[in-house]
Structures are given as structure tokens and as C-alpha cells.
Design a protein around this ligand. Sequence first.
Ligand code: FES
Length: 103
Amino acid sequence: MSTFHTICQTDEIPEDEARMFVIDNVMVGVFHVNGEYFALDNRCPHAGASLAGGIIENDTIRCRIHHWRFCVREGTYLDEDKPRFNARTFAVRVVGAELQVEI
Ligand code: FES
């Protein structure tokens, strides 16, 4: 059963930055882009590098290791039409000043 977990206060992730959290033993990258928050499995689908450590370009995250790109909104692998490389996404909500992720 999935549950929303409070991970931090919204102001702890500045605009155009990301942070990694471990929630129920899952590493989750949380991104603050254009005033919205998004959560992806933090392991790059290519070889497992940290997506939260990647480079944010609008609503795209570029992995620092081999530069694969993913949509932060939907986790879509953007460089080719290969859905098996899409990143898993998680629902995010803001409750008051708290940021919550559903795992
Ligand atoms: S580990 Fe991310 S692109 Fe290779």
C-alpha cells in the first residue's frame, strides 16, 4: 500500500535544484522546477548514477555520467524512444509547508 511521506519543508529545495531522500529503502530524487516539485527514482536507468546529482535544464534532468536526459515530470527517457529506459516517477504533494512523496 502506498503512503505519502513527509520528506522536508518546501524551502529546503531551492528552485532548479534537487535533493535525494531515502524513503522506505527507496532512493528518490526530488526536483524543484518552475515552481513545481517532481520525484523520480534516483538511480539513473542507464547505470545507476544519482539523478538528483544531474544537471537540471528546464524540466529535463541530464545525468552527469553519460548525459542521458529524462523528463522530470514523467520520467521519460528523451534521447530515444526506448520506454524500458524511462525513470520511475512518484507522486508529490505540498501540505502546508511540507513536501510529501508517495511511496
Ligand atoms: S549512468 Fe546515467 S547516463 Fe549513464
